[in-house]
Ligand binder design. Structure first.
Ligand code: 4NP
Length: 166
């Protein structure tokens, strides 16, 4: 019998900077730890549907060995609450937008929805916001990677403690 993977969706505003970075970093951590977890990402906005990740996110990630080039922007939709076990918001505004979309679900969809919605920093026992680097500089893109790596290690530790994806 094959066990269904635990499904995680990383969410930011544009799905071109933070959440694609979080997707690829978290996927690396769960794969390295042989966890049965799949990771995807989406944006709360429709600004960058079909777009490549921001070239700066790609370049900074590539320096650490992460390849973002196959990803394309997509918008969060109501089916994601059914499809995913865990939705990770990069910041408080994303969390509010995700909650607002949840509030539009029909009773039927709500019945099927299983996703827990939390901040990416939740596993760090912190309210840390992964700040939008879009109008920032190189240090802001590096900080996103640092924070995604720290949070991903904390999620892996939590999954192992709770026997998720094991
Ligand atoms: P992200 O960053 O939410 O981390 O993907 C942004 C990307 C694009 C925009 C805003 C934030 N934008 O306004 O186009």
């Amino acid at each position: 019998m094959t066990t269904q993977p635990y499904r995680i969706l990383c969410v930011c505003l544009g799905n071109i900077c933070r959440s694609p970075t979080a997707e690829v970093v978290l996927r690396h951590y769960v794969e390295t730890n042989h966890l049965n977890v799949v990771v995807d990402s989406a944006g709360t906005s429709n600004y960058h549907i079909g777009d490549l990740p921001d070239y700066r996110s790609q370049a900074h990630a590539r320096k650490r060995g992460y390849d973002l080039s196959v990803l394309r922007g997509r918008q969060l939709n109501t089916h994601d609450f059914v499809k995913f076990d865990l939705i990770l918001a990069m910041d408080e505004a994303n969390l509010t937008a995700i909650q607002a979309l949840y509030d539009t679900l029909s009773d039927h969809e709500r019945h099927q929805a299983k996703a827990k919605v939390q901040l990416m920093s939740h596993a760090l026992n912190s309210q840390l916001m992964i700040a939008d680097p879009y109008y920032g500089d190189a240090a802001d893109f590096e900080r996103v990677l640092d924070q995604c790596e720290q949070a991903s290690q904390a999620w892996v530790d939590l999954f192992k403690r709770e026997r998720i994806g094991c």
